[in-house]
Ligand binder design. Sequence first.
Ligand SMILES: Nc1ncnc2c1ncn2[C@@H]1O[C@H](COP(=O)(O)OP(=O)(O)OP(=O)(O)O)[C@@H](O)[C@H]1O
Ligand SMILES: [Mg+2]
Length: 448
Amino acid sequence: MRVMIVGSLSGALGQAARIAISQGARLEHTDAPEAALAKLRTDPAIALVFCDLANDIGWFIGALAAERITVPVIACGVDVKADAAVRAIRAGARDFLPLPPDPALIAAMLQAVSGDSHTLVVHDPAMVMAVRRAEQVAATEASVLLTGPSGTGKEVLARHIHRRSKRAAGPFVAVNCAAIPDNLLESELFGHEKGAFSGATARRIGKFEAADGGTLLLDEVSEMDVRLQAKLLRVLQEREIDRLGGSAPVRVNARILATTNRDLPAEVARGSFREDLYFRLNVVTLEIPPLAERRGDIAPLAEHFARRYAELNGVPFRKLTDAAHRRLLQHPWRGNVRELENTLHRAVLLAPGAEIDADAIELAPLGGVARPAATPDDAASGSISGLVGRRMDQVERDLILGTLAHTLGNRTHAATILGISIRALRNKLRDYAAQGAAVTPPMFGVIA
Ligand SMILES: Nc1ncnc2c1ncn2[C@@H]1O[C@H](COP(=O)(O)OP(=O)(O)OP(=O)(O)O)[C@@H](O)[C@H]1O
Ligand SMILES: [Mg+2]
């Protein structure tokens, strides 16, 4: 992952840079926000920025927003007063990193941004077949459409295709078409020229150009509006893009993968997805079966997640008992691998004893998609009745674990939503893991 550091590397920030490099990050460095902004305009593959609070971070984040550059910025500094960190977060910083840096904290931040670990666990014959098919088409230049219900592993499989392709040494760039508002998606994909809109004070490169020589994943492509679909079709046909406000097209060389959890032929029939674009994207379709149709993957995936979340939370790895495995096998897993992952994350945090037993495996009722017991939304909408009569620490714990489930385990996001530092969040999680069965957790399942 590409990371940029803004500030002097001579002190503790340099130490943070070395830690990030040792954890696999590739580093860019600039001394000041102005230079950082110039670099970010032309280099959209930079996934994360660490900015020293000695800089005017409010100005920096404002300038990024004005130019529609969506990279997350982490404020950092030595001996920073709480109110300065709070101001940075209010200004739009994603998180705060106290210096000298804690390597585990940097690791958590890098991981939160990079999505997750991209290990692909495959055991069941149905999934082995799907992966084999993916590997066959990986070496070609064909566009691949990955379909399957939410949480089945479309993105992990897309990354696997990239790793097995001739473009493996090039970048893998993912754009979530559902997460970016329509009016920003176009400049995110194609970039813009200076003066293309108010705030566009300089040229900016889009994701298509960032993926040059590599792979571009158009995640949830069905969510793209029809006007942009027409532009995308043209790019796929002509292999060139028009930057917003640009006068001449720019050639691009990116292999396109796309995912959807909708029935695209049905969307085509309804008129909400262009048929010609569908055929362009769908040279090869890879259908990922729901977890319920590949039960042989449940046990190996559960063990993989038990190991991973033990490592992430700094607690020893514990095996699952036979009873725990039986409980997992009986569940319908409507939220697929993501639901299994969240279930194991909770089990790792809350299981007492030397093994993870069945009672630590909390399942959403009927495997459905449940809401957390208490979410910030509930609090905002004033539904306090469910909280009265409960202990403050229990409500806090439910809120923290519910928010984590909501962010799919992304702790940096969760901490931002909760308005606490990622360090405070980590300490809470460590406490919960240490308390084990002393706490009765909420039932909150997967949140779509
Ligand atoms: N075979 C697998 N091995 C290991 N982890 C997996 C596997 N399949 C899915 N996961 C994990 O499950 C989670 C969901 O996977 P992913 O994001 O790829 O699903 P998706 O199909 O893209 O879901 P959505 O439609 O909601 O975007 C991720 O954290 C991913 O790492
Ligand atoms: Mg996805």
